[in-house]
Design a protein around this ligand. Structure first.
Ligand code: SF4
Length: 388
């Protein structure tokens, strides 16, 4: 009798220690920090890969619904002929590539593409134009503002990538209803000049600051396989982690080498490096959406799913990336259903919803059904609703 009582007490004691430890862990991993040292990020990045993925999966469950993957569709609204010299890009006019330059598309073709994307389950629609900036493009910019209004009017998240942006242009885009602006840092400050010489790292940061100031969500990440080192991948994550607000979206691209560009013969980035980068970004940027972007079609299904386990929670799906292939909706939806994954609704991310003036209605448990990698039962994620 005594032994039975003692063993029950021991069990209860062990349980409360575990609970306390779990809560302490949650305190640490859920906190969003803006003062990361490079050495701390390096320590995470260099940890044994399986341990790193487990940790990232735990942080992911504490901050996101792990069943949800955001489906985004990308449209190139103005292809090629860009004066910049980004050495990976087929749209630069400095290189002889298969990409042909074209003019800015009309509004109707954007509406048609966005409708199709929405019908197929995409909740974010991104439009990219290949140019340095909007200087001297007054009419083109007005057309883009029209596109933004139309797509936002469909209830989709709308994102653009239009090169460098002034504070006034950012303000007008916000007024038109732009949800997010993509402006990648690409790599570390140290390695950046090896990749691009026509615009500086600080100019990129300047555009990001203008976007922030206008109240637009930031999408800014990098490309792996440029010839960078681990220190550069760590440097990129460090750079965004120390911003006053983390980017709401961090795309991780694997270089798709394009014939005619200076990087055409680059070796593909090892899969483990891609995973390591995703997992480190997830730990350091807990509330950010980590976007598995270009190069995804080179991964098989289990490799993609492992990336989701490591914290990636958005993909581009549809007919085409800007200039490289993309997995079609049907294939992606079938893959997701085989693994119990679902598309994310628009404005599901709190920090994006707040910038849209959407109301955070209530705390609801996140990951009710995902108690495997981490005990997420005490964590929550707010639901959003349009403000009446
Ligand atoms: S990445 Fe953008 S800015 Fe750079 S060359 Fe390509 S289109 Fe131009």
């Amino acid at each position: 009798m005594f032994r039975q009582h003692a063993s029950t007490s021991m069990r209860l004691f062990a349980q409360s220690v575990r609970t306390l430890a779990t809560h302490a862990n949650q305190q640490v991993t859920r906190a969003t920090r803006h003062d990361w040292a490079k050495s701390e990020i390096e320590q995470i990045y260099e940890s044994p890969l399986f341990e790193l993925i487990y940790r990232a999966a735990s942080v992911h469950r504490q901050n996101h619904d792990p069943k949800k993957i955001q489906l985004c569709t990308l449209m190139n609204i103005k292809t090629g002929g860009c004066t910049e010299d980004c050495s990976y890009c087929s749209q630069s006019s400095r290189y002889s590539t298969p990409t042909k330059a074209s003019r800015l598309v009309d509004v109707d073709s954007v509406i048609e593409a966005a409708k199709k994307a929405k019908e197929n389950g995409s909740t974010r629609f991104c439009m990219g134009a290949a140019w340095r900036d909007l200087a001297g493009r007054k009419r083109g910019f007005e057309r883009i503002l029209h596109m933004v209004r139309e797509v936002r009017g469909m209830g989709m998240e709308v994102c653009t990538t239009l090169g460098m942006l002034s504070a006034e242009q950012a303000r007008q885009l916000k007024e038109a209803g732009l949800t997010a602006y993509n402006h990648n840092l690409d790599t570390s400050r140290e390695f950046y000049p090896e990749v691009i010489t026509t615009r500086s790292y600080d100019e990129r940061l300047g555009t990001i600051a203008n976007v922030r100031e206008a109240g637009i969500s930031v999408c800014s990440g990098g490309i792996l396989g440029l010839g960078e080192s681990n220190a550069d991948r760590i440097g990129l994550i460090w750079e965004v982690s120390n911003m006053p607000e983390h980017p709401e979206s961090f795309p991780v691209n694997a270089l798709v080498p394009i014939k005619g560009t200076p990087l055409e013969n680059n070796e593909p980035v090892p899969y483990q490096t891609l995973l390591r980068t995703i997992a480190t970004a997830r730990v350091v940027l807990p509330t950010t959406i980590i976007r598995l972007a270009a190069g995804r079609q080179t991964l098989d299904e289990t490799q993609q799913v492992m990336a989701f386990m490591a914290g990636a929670n958005a993909i581009f799906t549809g007919e085409q990336m800007l200039t490289t292939p993309c997995s079609p909706w049907d294939e992606d939806k079938a893959m997701m259903s085989r693994w119990g994954l679902e598309g994310m609704r628009s404005f599901a991310q709190d920090n994006v919803a707040r910038k849209e003036g959407l109301r955070i209605s209530s705390d609801v448990p996140v990951a009710e059904s995902s108690k495997g990698a981490a005990d997420a039962s005490a964590t929550s994620q707010a639901k959003t609703q349009p403000t009446p």
